[in-house]
Ligand binder design. Structure first.
Ligand code: COA
Length: 697
């Protein structure tokens, strides 16, 4: 763990000049080099062979030596921190998203799945869409006026204000594919003027739905009228154009190439321009599966079911695509680079609450409409484009076949039970995920858990490395030491694992985790055109970045759930939504990997969660029993003393009595409902005190 002295450099930074702009948020701190290197070794030791670790230790020591490369890079990062609102933001955005060449569906774009809607007739889904668009326009008004209420952190270190920048990218950005790196185009750039239209995708056709006509924002009735027109236009067989949206589901380099082919024709340039500048997409999907389980809907949302279903009815570059299926399968597909899932949830919850709070009174669309008909986007398709479409379609089909998705609602308990154990629910679930992976695969693996760093200017996320040595010690006693280890020892290990996880969480959310820092050191070396430092060529670095387990907490207050795909061919995506009395897990993996199975993983996860509950219940029972016995003993001794003084010794009788009354007393003694977060503090100062102390709170 980091040492106090090594952290001083960070805390000595003058924070007063870090407060910039209207949001008043501090700049993201830069951890001390030594802390990050020590933590890196700590995180990796149990994930490497002894020989590999010794080699890595040597490389790290050399990198961090006084006057060495590490110190030079650190000083350059310090300068960068002085000059930028957020020293890691650009590096992180490129590394996490824009450099990634994988196709967006499944691999990158998370989705929110709404509760299954009960549409009895096709018009019902259009009404739903009109209502939803109305909500979007309301929300957009708030965004345009910069009138969204400020978010404050909840859970660990609750109460601090959070950076709101991500919200302003929801409806104003676009991910432009590039041959080597994509570009996140923002509306505030001169390239993109204010969008005032939505693109409606229907039967793989794209239509421009102007939401402001003659300076008037369309109301819900107008919107329904326009959607009905779109549905009719999409039905016209002779006007059907190829499913160009499929191209956006391809790898990013392939899509960049196809796009440049499309751009040769002015008709296509115009259509692309309209899509790239729109507010969002609304995808009116046709009915698909007869049985729409949670897992099926999650899959349909992630990839649209391929070309035979709604795979071409998408435009994956656009951050917000609302899907309204005629069969009631609805949700949002989101391009991840402009914002995090938490922001997506906030926006989506606003929309769903808007829809619940202002029920649609629409019976029918406006009968006479002088509104101009929405415009169908045209494409000029050469044989070359048809070939590219066939290739993109094949690849999407493979992705569809490959995705192994399992959405599981765990009903045995939720976060309230965990809080009653005086444990962080998030840490508890993370430890359960470690246990599940170990049970399935018999080894620990690099794990990613997103931790919000929105406490800082332009903050996005850093990584909580949940595969801690303490978690490994716990999962080992729960699996290998099943018979030889007693419950008290297991409980000690569980508490150790939870404490380690909670400490790392606090490091991460206070900007002191290691992943962003290591990335910064690597990227600044690259920028300085230095030879790649050995630490980043080392196999351990590769292993440390192969997140076989990619996890994220995405809690909701409205009924819905988030899911995403794995980030590696042999990995798992595990998204969870803790509720007070249940937890929703969305586990994904790839069928093509012989090593993984989402069903098996979920099975191990459920078993682990039940075992952990059992362990807590047994140990709490016995510790309460012990505590109670101690109280009883003290009381009895006092009583005995008094009785002795009164010369009426009754000790034996009292003990017998106390034993008989124990269960009743147990019920009364511990107030299990009033549990407070042990680690919860509300000020930055306290947070710093925690990491100054090397995370030892
Ligand atoms: N005893 C009792 N209660 C405790 C406790 C303890 N020891 N520790 C925590 N709790 C309570 C908290 O006070 C909180 O209470 P609340 O529900 O009343 O607010 C609750 O348990 C949840 O806290 P916890 O489980 O510790 O986690 P968290 O809510 O602080 O979340 C992270 C932790 C890392 C998930 C969060 O900080 C974060 O970064 N979230 C963003 C993740 C993200 O970006 N997801 C999207 C990626 S696309």
């Amino acid at each position: 763990m980091p040492l106090c002295t090594a952290n001083m450099a960070v805390l000595d930074q003058d924070t007063s000049k870090d407060l910039v702009g209207g949001d008043g948020l501090p700049k993201l701190p830069l951890p001390a080099l030594k802390d990050t290197l020590d933590m890196y070794l700590r995180c990796m030791k149990h994930l490497l062979t002894e020989e590999q670790f010794n080699k890595t230790q040597h490389i790290v020591k050399e990198f961090g030596a006084p006057g060495g490369v590490g110190e030079l890079l650190q000083s350059k990062l310090m300068e960068r921190r002085e000059n930028k609102a957020n020293w890691v933001y650009d590096y992180w955005l490129n590394d996490m998203y824009l450099n990634n060449r994988l196709a967006l569906p499944v691999n990158s774009s998370p989705v929110m799945v709404f509760p299954l809607q009960n549409f009895r007739a096709p018009i019902d889904s259009l009404r739903f869409a009109a209502h939803l668009i109305s909500g979007v326009l309301e929300y957009k008004t708030l965004l345009d006026a910069r009138a969204l209420p400020l978010d404050y952190a909840r859970g660990q270190l609750a109460g601090t204000p959070l950076c709101m920048e991500q919200y302003y990218r929801l409806f104003t950005s676009y991910r432009l594919p590039g041959p080597e790196r994509d570009t996140l185009v923002a509306q505030e750039s001169s390239v993109m003027p204010e969008p005032e239209h939505i693109i409606v995708a229907c039967k793989n056709q794209f239509f421009v739905l102007d939401v402001v006509i003659n300076f008037r924002r369309l109301n819900e009735r107008d919107l329904l009228t326009q959607l009905e027109k779109i549905a009719r236009m999409a039905d016209s067989e002779e006007e059907q154009l190829p499913p160009i949206g499929l191209l956006t589901s391809d790898g990013r380099t392939e899509w960049a190439e196809s796009r440049s082919v499309l751009m040769r024709e002015s008709t296509n340039r115009d259509s692309l321009d309209m899509i790239e500048r729109c507010m969002c997409l609304v995808c009116l999907d046709e009915a698909t599966e007869p049985e729409l389980s949670d897992s099926t809907r999650a899959m349909l949302m992630l990839h649209g079911g391929g070309v035979a279903k709604s795979g071409g009815n998408r435009w994956y570059d656009k951050p917000m695509q609302f899907v309204v299926g005629a069969d009631g399968c609805c949700g949002v597909v989101c391009e991840h680079s402009p914002f995090e899932g938490i922001v997506l949830v906030q926006c989506t919850e606003y929309l769903l609450k808007y829809m619940i709070g202002s029920p649609s009174k629409l019976v029918r669309a406006a009968s006479v409409s002088e509104l101009p008909a929405p415009r169908r986007l045209r494409w000029k398709c050469t044989p070359e484009i048809h070939k590219l479409l066939a290739s993109s379609s094949d690849k999407l089909q493979r992705l569809v076949k490959n995705l192994d998705m399992n959405v599981h609602k765990f009903w045995d308990y939720g976060k309230e039970f965990i809080k009653k154990q005086k444990m962080s629910p998030d840490a508890f679930i993370q430890v359960a995920l470690q246990l599940a992976y170990y049970r399935c695969h018999g080894r620990p693996v690099s794990t990613y858990e997103s931790a919000s760093i929105r406490r800082f200017q332009e903050g996005r996320v850093d990584n909580i490395r949940s595969a801690t040595p303490e978690a490994l010690a716990f999962v080992k006693v729960m699996t290998e030491g099943e018979l030889s280890t007693n419950d008290t020892e297991k409980m000690e290990k569980l508490r150790g694992a939870i404490t380690a996880q909670t400490k790392y969480t606090i490091l991460a959310i206070t900007g002191m985790a290691i992943d962003n820092h290591l990335l910064g050191l690597r990227e600044i070396a690259h920028e300085l055109k230095m030879e790649k430092p050995e630490i980043f060529k080392d196999k351990a670095h590769l292993i440390s970045n192969q997140f076989i387990l990619s996890t994220s907490q995405v809690p909701t207050t409205v009924e819905m759930f988030c899911c995403y795909g794995p980030v590696l061919p042999n990995g798992y995506g595990a998204c969870y939504n803790p509720q007070s009395d249940h937890i929703i897990f969305s586990v994904s993996s790839f069928h093509e990997s012989p090593q993984t199975s989402s069903t098996a993983f979920v099975k191990c996860l459920v078993q682990g969660l039940l075992d952990m509950k059992d362990l807590c219940s047994k140990c709490n029972f016995s510790s309460n029993l012990t505590a109670q016995r101690q109280v009883q003993t003290v009381e009895t001794h006092t009583q005995t003393e008094i009785n002795w003084q009164n010369k009426t010794p009754q000790r034996t009788a009292d003990l017998t009595k106390s034993k008989q009354t124990l269960p009743q007393v147990l019920l009364k003694t511990p107030d299990l409902t009033k549990v407070e977060a042990q680690t919860q503090t509300s000020s930055q100062g306290e947070a710093q005190a925690i990491y100054k102390n090397g995370g030892k709170s």
